[in-house]
Design a protein around this ligand. Structure first.
Ligand code: ADP
Ligand code: MG
Length: 237
Protein backbone atom coordinates (compact mmCIF):
# COMPACT_ATOMS: atom_id res chain seq x y z
CA UNK A 1 0.00 0.00 0.00
CA UNK A 2 1.10 3.57 -0.68
CA UNK A 3 2.49 5.78 2.00
CA UNK A 4 -0.18 8.34 2.85
CA UNK A 5 1.67 10.57 5.27
CA UNK A 6 4.86 10.95 7.22
CA UNK A 7 5.81 12.86 10.36
CA UNK A 8 9.47 13.31 11.20
CA UNK A 9 10.57 14.54 14.59
CA UNK A 10 7.38 16.60 14.89
CA UNK A 11 7.23 19.08 17.75
CA UNK A 12 4.45 21.23 19.18
CA UNK A 13 5.83 23.38 21.99
CA UNK A 14 3.81 25.96 23.90
CA UNK A 15 5.48 28.95 25.52
CA UNK A 16 3.76 29.51 28.86
CA UNK A 17 4.59 31.81 31.78
CA UNK A 18 5.69 28.70 33.67
CA UNK A 19 8.04 27.63 30.86
CA UNK A 20 7.90 25.59 27.66
CA UNK A 21 5.29 22.80 27.46
CA UNK A 22 6.37 20.10 25.01
CA UNK A 23 2.95 18.76 23.98
CA UNK A 24 4.65 16.89 21.12
CA UNK A 25 8.31 16.18 21.69
CA UNK A 26 9.77 14.61 18.54
CA UNK A 27 7.11 12.34 17.03
CA UNK A 28 7.97 10.23 13.97
CA UNK A 29 5.81 7.75 12.05
CA UNK A 30 4.44 6.89 8.62
CA UNK A 31 0.90 5.86 7.83
CA UNK A 32 0.01 3.81 4.77
CA UNK A 33 -3.29 3.74 2.89
CA UNK A 34 -5.85 1.41 4.41
CA UNK A 35 -4.45 1.42 7.95
CA UNK A 36 -6.78 1.88 10.93
CA UNK A 37 -4.68 3.39 13.69
CA UNK A 38 -5.72 3.72 17.31
CA UNK A 39 -3.76 6.31 19.27
CA UNK A 40 -3.75 5.47 22.96
CA UNK A 41 -2.39 7.48 25.86
CA UNK A 42 -3.24 8.95 29.24
CA UNK A 43 -4.82 12.36 29.67
CA UNK A 44 -2.38 15.15 28.80
CA UNK A 45 -0.09 12.87 26.78
CA UNK A 46 -0.51 14.87 23.54
CA UNK A 47 -3.21 12.90 21.68
CA UNK A 48 -5.44 15.83 20.78
CA UNK A 49 -2.41 17.94 19.85
CA UNK A 50 -1.24 15.19 17.50
CA UNK A 51 -4.67 14.88 15.85
CA UNK A 52 -4.84 18.65 15.44
CA UNK A 53 -1.44 18.60 13.73
CA UNK A 54 -2.47 15.65 11.52
CA UNK A 55 -5.54 17.57 10.36
CA UNK A 56 -3.71 20.91 9.99
CA UNK A 57 -5.97 22.53 12.56
CA UNK A 58 -2.80 23.39 14.46
CA UNK A 59 0.73 24.19 13.29
CA UNK A 60 3.72 22.21 14.59
CA UNK A 61 6.58 24.29 15.95
CA UNK A 62 9.24 21.91 14.63
CA UNK A 63 9.83 18.86 12.47
CA UNK A 64 8.33 17.79 9.15
CA UNK A 65 4.89 16.64 8.10
CA UNK A 66 4.23 15.52 4.52
CA UNK A 67 1.04 14.10 2.96
CA UNK A 68 0.14 12.51 -0.34
CA UNK A 69 -2.64 14.73 -1.64
CA UNK A 70 -4.48 14.32 -4.92
CA UNK A 71 -2.36 11.44 -6.18
CA UNK A 72 0.62 13.69 -6.92
CA UNK A 73 4.05 12.18 -7.45
CA UNK A 74 5.10 12.10 -3.84
CA UNK A 75 4.39 13.61 -0.47
CA UNK A 76 3.95 17.37 -0.14
CA UNK A 77 4.62 19.51 2.91
CA UNK A 78 1.40 20.12 4.84
CA UNK A 79 0.72 23.85 5.20
CA UNK A 80 1.26 25.46 8.61
CA UNK A 81 0.89 28.99 10.01
CA UNK A 82 -1.41 29.89 7.12
CA UNK A 83 -5.06 29.46 7.95
CA UNK A 84 -6.34 29.67 4.37
CA UNK A 85 -3.98 26.95 3.12
CA UNK A 86 -4.63 24.85 6.21
CA UNK A 87 -8.39 25.10 5.66
CA UNK A 88 -8.14 23.99 2.06
CA UNK A 89 -5.85 21.09 3.06
CA UNK A 90 -8.51 19.96 5.54
CA UNK A 91 -11.33 20.42 3.05
CA UNK A 92 -9.56 18.29 0.43
CA UNK A 93 -8.24 15.52 2.62
CA UNK A 94 -9.66 15.25 6.12
CA UNK A 95 -12.86 13.92 7.66
CA UNK A 96 -13.57 14.33 11.37
CA UNK A 97 -15.93 12.57 13.79
CA UNK A 98 -16.59 14.49 17.01
CA UNK A 99 -17.35 13.18 20.48
CA UNK A 100 -20.51 15.26 20.54
CA UNK A 101 -22.27 14.43 17.36
CA UNK A 102 -23.02 18.02 16.25
CA UNK A 103 -26.01 17.04 14.13
CA UNK A 104 -28.45 19.75 13.14
CA UNK A 105 -31.57 19.03 15.18
CA UNK A 106 -34.04 20.66 12.77
CA UNK A 107 -32.95 18.49 9.86
CA UNK A 108 -33.76 14.81 9.38
CA UNK A 109 -31.02 12.17 9.35
CA UNK A 110 -30.99 12.22 5.55
CA UNK A 111 -31.05 16.02 5.38
CA UNK A 112 -28.01 16.18 7.68
CA UNK A 113 -26.05 14.22 5.06
CA UNK A 114 -27.51 16.13 2.10
CA UNK A 115 -26.50 19.43 3.70
CA UNK A 116 -22.85 18.36 3.90
CA UNK A 117 -22.93 17.23 0.28
CA UNK A 118 -24.45 20.55 -0.72
CA UNK A 119 -21.73 22.46 1.12
CA UNK A 120 -19.16 20.40 -0.79
CA UNK A 121 -21.02 21.16 -4.04
CA UNK A 122 -22.03 17.55 -4.75
CA UNK A 123 -25.58 16.79 -3.69
CA UNK A 124 -26.26 13.10 -4.31
CA UNK A 125 -29.31 11.66 -2.49
CA UNK A 126 -28.65 8.12 -3.74
CA UNK A 127 -25.16 8.11 -2.25
CA UNK A 128 -26.43 9.72 0.97
CA UNK A 129 -28.93 6.88 1.39
CA UNK A 130 -26.26 4.31 0.54
CA UNK A 131 -23.99 5.74 3.27
CA UNK A 132 -26.81 5.61 5.82
CA UNK A 133 -27.47 2.01 4.84
CA UNK A 134 -23.77 1.25 5.31
CA UNK A 135 -23.99 2.38 8.94
CA UNK A 136 -27.24 0.47 9.47
CA UNK A 137 -29.67 3.38 9.46
CA UNK A 138 -31.80 2.81 6.37
CA UNK A 139 -34.95 2.71 8.51
CA UNK A 140 -34.14 6.01 10.25
CA UNK A 141 -33.49 8.32 7.27
CA UNK A 142 -36.58 10.46 7.84
CA UNK A 143 -36.29 10.75 11.61
CA UNK A 144 -34.90 13.75 13.44
CA UNK A 145 -31.76 13.42 15.62
CA UNK A 146 -33.90 13.85 18.75
CA UNK A 147 -35.88 10.75 17.75
CA UNK A 148 -32.95 8.30 17.61
CA UNK A 149 -30.46 6.99 20.20
CA UNK A 150 -26.98 8.39 20.93
CA UNK A 151 -25.32 5.47 19.17
CA UNK A 152 -27.52 5.99 16.12
CA UNK A 153 -26.72 9.70 16.13
CA UNK A 154 -23.02 8.88 16.17
CA UNK A 155 -23.55 6.57 13.19
CA UNK A 156 -25.23 9.46 11.33
CA UNK A 157 -22.17 11.57 12.19
CA UNK A 158 -19.94 8.82 10.75
CA UNK A 159 -21.95 8.70 7.52
CA UNK A 160 -21.70 12.49 7.37
CA UNK A 161 -17.94 12.47 7.95
CA UNK A 162 -17.31 10.06 5.07
CA UNK A 163 -19.83 11.64 2.67
CA UNK A 164 -17.10 13.73 1.05
CA UNK A 165 -14.79 10.69 0.72
CA UNK A 166 -11.95 12.00 2.89
CA UNK A 167 -8.53 10.45 2.40
CA UNK A 168 -7.96 10.44 6.15
CA UNK A 169 -10.67 10.12 8.80
CA UNK A 170 -9.90 11.30 12.33
CA UNK A 171 -11.79 10.99 15.58
CA UNK A 172 -11.08 12.13 19.15
CA UNK A 173 -12.75 9.98 21.83
CA UNK A 174 -15.62 9.45 19.45
CA UNK A 175 -17.16 6.73 21.62
CA UNK A 176 -16.44 8.68 24.82
CA UNK A 177 -20.13 9.33 25.39
CA UNK A 178 -21.41 5.86 24.63
CA UNK A 179 -21.82 2.66 26.65
CA UNK A 180 -19.71 -0.37 25.70
CA UNK A 181 -22.34 -2.14 23.63
CA UNK A 182 -23.16 1.02 21.68
CA UNK A 183 -19.44 1.81 21.25
CA UNK A 184 -18.96 -1.59 19.68
CA UNK A 185 -21.81 -1.03 17.24
CA UNK A 186 -20.45 2.37 16.29
CA UNK A 187 -16.93 1.00 15.79
CA UNK A 188 -18.23 -1.88 13.67
CA UNK A 189 -20.10 0.58 11.45
CA UNK A 190 -16.97 2.69 11.23
CA UNK A 191 -14.70 -0.19 10.25
CA UNK A 192 -17.03 -1.43 7.52
CA UNK A 193 -17.49 2.10 6.17
CA UNK A 194 -13.71 2.69 6.10
CA UNK A 195 -13.09 -0.63 4.34
CA UNK A 196 -15.82 -0.08 1.78
CA UNK A 197 -14.75 3.49 1.02
CA UNK A 198 -11.01 2.78 1.28
CA UNK A 199 -10.52 5.41 3.96
CA UNK A 200 -7.47 5.47 6.24
CA UNK A 201 -8.25 6.36 9.84
CA UNK A 202 -6.66 7.51 13.09
CA UNK A 203 -8.78 7.41 16.23
CA UNK A 204 -7.74 8.72 19.61
CA UNK A 205 -9.00 6.98 22.72
CA UNK A 206 -8.02 5.95 26.22
CA UNK A 207 -10.28 2.86 25.89
CA UNK A 208 -8.18 -0.31 25.46
CA UNK A 209 -11.38 -2.07 24.36
CA UNK A 210 -11.20 -0.37 20.98
CA UNK A 211 -7.84 -1.95 20.09
CA UNK A 212 -9.65 -4.87 18.47
CA UNK A 213 -10.89 -2.56 15.68
CA UNK A 214 -7.43 -1.29 14.72
CA UNK A 215 -4.77 -2.64 12.40
CA UNK A 216 -2.16 -0.73 14.36
CA UNK A 217 -1.83 0.73 17.86
CA UNK A 218 0.40 3.70 18.67
CA UNK A 219 0.91 4.57 22.32
CA UNK A 220 1.95 8.05 23.34
CA UNK A 221 3.08 9.48 26.67
CA UNK A 222 4.47 12.93 27.52
CA UNK A 223 4.50 13.90 23.84
CA UNK A 224 6.58 10.91 22.73
CA UNK A 225 5.65 7.63 21.04
CA UNK A 226 6.35 4.79 23.47
CA UNK A 227 5.20 1.89 21.26
CA UNK A 228 3.92 1.34 17.74
CA UNK A 229 2.61 -2.12 16.84
CA UNK A 230 0.58 -3.85 14.15
CA UNK A 231 -2.33 -5.90 15.48
CA UNK A 232 -3.53 -9.24 14.16
CA UNK A 233 -6.72 -7.62 12.90
CA UNK A 234 -7.09 -7.52 9.12
CA UNK A 235 -6.06 -4.40 7.29
CA UNK A 236 -8.19 -3.27 4.37
CA UNK A 237 -9.50 -6.25 2.46
P1 ADP B 1 -4.50 14.70 25.53
O1 ADP B 1 -5.42 14.94 24.37
O2 ADP B 1 -3.68 13.46 25.38
O3 ADP B 1 -5.24 14.69 26.84
P2 ADP B 1 -3.38 17.30 24.85
O4 ADP B 1 -2.85 17.11 23.49
O5 ADP B 1 -4.68 18.01 24.97
O6 ADP B 1 -3.43 15.90 25.62
O7 ADP B 1 -2.32 18.11 25.71
C1 ADP B 1 -0.94 17.72 25.77
C2 ADP B 1 -0.18 18.67 26.68
O8 ADP B 1 -0.11 19.97 26.13
C3 ADP B 1 -0.81 18.83 28.06
O9 ADP B 1 0.22 18.95 29.00
C4 ADP B 1 -1.54 20.14 27.94
O10 ADP B 1 -1.67 20.76 29.19
C5 ADP B 1 -0.66 20.92 27.02
N1 ADP B 1 -1.39 21.93 26.25
C6 ADP B 1 -2.39 21.71 25.36
N2 ADP B 1 -2.84 22.85 24.83
C7 ADP B 1 -2.10 23.85 25.41
C8 ADP B 1 -2.07 25.28 25.27
N3 ADP B 1 -2.88 25.92 24.43
N4 ADP B 1 -1.17 25.95 26.01
C9 ADP B 1 -0.33 25.32 26.85
N5 ADP B 1 -0.30 23.99 27.02
C10 ADP B 1 -1.17 23.25 26.32
MG1 MG C 1 -7.52 15.09 24.28
Amino acid sequence: MNKLLQMENLERHYETPAGVVKALDGVSFEIHEGERVILLGPSGSGKTTLLNCLSALDSPTGGEYTFMSNQTEGLDAVPRNNSEQMTSFRRENIGYVFQFFNLLQDLTVLENILLIQELAGKKDPARAKELLKLVGLEAEVDRFPGEISGGQQQRVAIARSIAKRPTLLLGDELTGNLDTETSNKVMEALVSACKQENITSVFVTHDEGLVKYATRVIRIDSGKIVSDEQTNNDSSE
